[in-house]
Design a protein around this ligand. Structure first.
Ligand SMILES: C[S@@+](CC[C@H](N)C(=O)[O-])C[C@H]1O[C@@H](n2cnc3c(N)ncnc32)[C@H](O)[C@@H]1O
Length: 260
């Protein structure tokens, strides 16, 4: 299957078998690129499809933060076999550095495996198409190689389940926004939201808390970090030390509309 957006597949078709070139050598049929959503942290939240592909591809790629393996690989660590080739994709830790050259390098390494006929699964925490690192690989390679994206359970929705709160009813509009937004933009967006999820907290937590206080939203706002993981933590926002809020945390403001 190739190139049919409705089926979740993109890219040029390489379904034909090895083709001889002018010099009599044969090129392998290029491999397929997979974007695998691995869910928010609990390995049991991996889909059956993601598990099947993860355990059958010869090459697995995943982002790292310069300093070692990070979340996406850790979630599926128990399913990775020693004979599978691992391709760490280093990303800059500092936001001062653009990550785009890092994605260029990672995409080229992945492209070499694909051109050599090896299928590559790129792991992505949560869902790959929602603020996912895989999107940058997708943008670079989906036009060149057959590609399939496997959706994952997003941390945003897993967090509502862990917090035990319904998110939206009827005509409610849900806004998902990064805490990295500029302060006035964040305030304007939150002021009109029926329900909201604020991701990428980390060092932006203090700014978010101030805005929630100003808008009278603190009593509705719920905090969770490392949702679905063994070290998941749910805390009242007032108790949090801003210096200790991790990147893997979000604030959820559920809808106030509660139809009977
Ligand atoms: C770049 S976004 C990736 C979102 C991801 N693609 C998804 O669908 O969940 C990273 C942000 O998602 C949130 N996040 C991801 N996993 C989380 C978890 N297990 N618990 C709480 N927040 C999480 C954090 O706010 C983090 O800063």
């Amino acid at each position: 299957m190739t190139g049919t957006i409705g089926s979740g597949e993109w890219g040029v078709g390489f379904d034909v078998s090895a083709q001889p070139n002018g010099s009599g050598e044969s090129h392998p049929t290029p491999g397929k690129l997979y974007g695998l959503g691995v869910g928010p942290g609990d390995p049991e939240l991996l889909t059956l499809k993601a598990h099947r592909i993860l355990t059958s591809v010869p090459v697995i790629a995943y982002p790292t933060m310069e300093s070692g393996k990070v979340l996406a690989r850790a979630i599926v660590a128990d399913f990775i076999r020693p004979e599978q080739i691992e391709v760490p994709m280093p990303l800059p830790f500092s936001v001062a550095r653009s990550s785009q050259p890092y994605y260029d390098t990672a995409a080229e390494t992945i492209a070499q495996h694909l051109a050599a006929g090896r299928d590559v699964a790129v792991l992505c925490e949560g869902d790959p198409m929602l603020y996912g690192s895989f999107m940058y690989i997708f943008n670079r390679l989906a036009g060149r190689f057959q590609t399939e994206v496997v959706p994952g359970i997003s941390s945003t929705f897993a967090s509502a389940a862990m917090l035990g709160v319904p998110l939206t009813y009827r005509n409610d509009v849900l806004s998902i926004m990064p805490a990295t937004l500029e302060e006035t933009t964040l305030r304007d967006r939150l002021a009109v939201a029926d329900a909201a999820i604020i991701i990428k907290l980390g060092r932006h937590f203090a700014k978010v808390r101030t805005i929630l206080d100003e808008l009278g939203l603190l009593s509705r706002a719920l905090y969770i970090e490392r949702a679905t993981m063994p070290n998941q933590r749910i805390r009242p926002i007032a108790d949090l030390d801003p210096a200790k809020v991790p990147y893997w945390a979000l604030i959820l403001i559920p809808s106030q509309t509660c139809p009977q």
